[in-house]
Design a protein around this ligand. Structure first.
Ligand code: G
Ligand code: G
Ligand code: NA
Ligand code: MN
Length: 253
C-alpha cells in the first residue's frame, strides 16, 4: 500500500528518469541501438529498482500513466539525438502486458510518436513471451503495432511459453535471447546448441536476433561464431543516463 501511494505521487511529481543501455554490433563493436530502462528516484527512499516497483505498477495499473511517460520520454530523447546529428538508431522501450491489454493502446502509442515527431522506424517495443502466448486479442494488438511500422522484439526469448506451435506464427521482428543462455555459453554445450538453434530459427523466419547479458569478450566471440552478431550487456556498457550514453553513439560523417 505504501509503495503504491508513493508510486502514484512520483508519477505526478516526475520522480522517474530513463537510462539507456547500448545494443552493439558484436563484430564491428559499434552501437546499433539502445534499450530504455526506467529508474525511480524517490526523494526519501532513494533509488528503488524496477524489479521492486514494476510488478506493483502493473497490479495497480499505475503502469498505464507511467508507461506513457516512459514512451514519451524515450521519443523526446530520440528526437534530441537526431536533431544533434547522431546517427539515427532505434530506441527500444519495454512494454508490459497490462499496457498491451488497454483497448486504446495502439492509438496512444501512435499519438505519442506523432506529438514527439518521431518516426515509428526508430522505436522498438520489447514484449515478454507472455504477451504473445496469452490471447488472440493480444496478438492482434501486436500486429496492429507492427502495422504502424514499429518493430517488436520478444524479450527473454526461450524462458517463457516458446512452444513450437506459437513460434510458428510469431508476430515479431526480433528475438532477444535470454541472458540465462549467454551466461555459460563458453562452457556449456547445451547453451551453445540452444543459441545456435535460435539463430537458425531467426534466420529462417526472417527475424533479427540479439543476445542479452553479454558480460565477457569470450561470450561475444562465441556468439559471433554462432552467427549472432548483435548483443547487449555489461561487457559493453551498463545502462547509462542519456548524457553518458551518447559518447558511445556514432555521429553522421
Ligand atoms: O535494469 P533492470 O534493473 O533495468 O530492469 C529490471 C526489470 O525491470 C527488467 O525485467 C525490465 O524489463 C523491467 N523494466 C525496466 N524498465 C522498464 C520499463 O520502462 N517498462 C517496463 N514495463 N519494464 C521495465
Ligand atoms: O527484462 P529485461 O531483459 O528488459 O531486463 C534487463 C535487465 O538486465 C536490466 O535489469 C539490466 O540492467 C540487466 N542487464 C543488462 N545487461 C546485463 C548483463 O550483462 N548482465 C546482467 N546480469 N544483467 C544485465
Ligand atoms: Na527488455
Ligand atoms: Mn530481457
Amino acid at each position: 500500500i505504501l509503495l503504491e501511494n508513493e508510486l502514484r505521487k512520483s508519477v505526478q511529481m516526475g520522480h522517474f528518469t530513463l537510462e539507456y543501455q547500448p545494443k552493439m554490433n558484436l563484430y564491428h563493436g559499434e552501437l546499433s541501438g539502445v534499450e530504455a530502462l526506467v529508474r525511480w528516484n524517490h526523494p526519501d527512499l532513494g533509488r528503488i529498482p524496477p524489479d521492486k516497483f514494476i510488478p506493483i505498477a502493473e497490479e495497480t495499473k499505475i503502469i498505464l500513466p507511467l508507461g506513457e511517460w516512459i514512451l514519451r520520454e524515450a521519443c523526446k530523447q530520440a528526437y534530441n539525438w537526431q536533431q544533434r546529428g547522431y546517427k539515427p538508431f532505434r530506441i527500444a522501450v519495454n512494454m508490459s502486458a497490462v499496457q498491451l491489454d488497454e483497448p486504446t493502446i495502439v492509438e496512444t502509442i501512435q499519438r505519442i510518436l506523432t506529438e514527439e515527431k518521431v518516426s515509428p522506424e526508430f522505436i522498438e517495443l520489447e514484449l515478454t513471451e507472455t504477451s504473445f502466448a496469452d490471447r488472440v486479442e493480444m496478438r492482434h494488438t501486436i500486429q496492429r503495432i507492427r502495422d504502424i511500422g514499429i518493430q517488436v522484439a520478444i524479450d527473454d526469448f526461450g524462458t517463457g511459453y516458446s512452444t513450437f506451435s506459437y513460434i510458428k506464427e510469431l508476430p515479431a521482428d526480433i528475438l532477444k535471447i535470454d541472458m540465462s543462455f549467454i551466461r555459460d555459453i563458453d562452457v556449456n554445450e547445451n547453451s551453445r546448441a540452444i543459441v545456435k538453434a535460435i539463430v537458425t530459427l531467426a534466420a529462417t523466419a526472417g527475424l533479427e536476433v540479439i543476445a542479452e547479458g553479454v558480460e565477457t569478450e569470450k561470450q561475444a566471440n562465441v556468439l559471433i561464431e554462432l552467427g549472432c552478431l548483435e548483443g547487449q550487456g555489461y561487457f559493453y556498457s551498463k545502462p547509462l543516463p542519456a548524457e553518458e550514453c551518447e559518447f558511445m553513439i556514432p555521429k553522421i560523417d
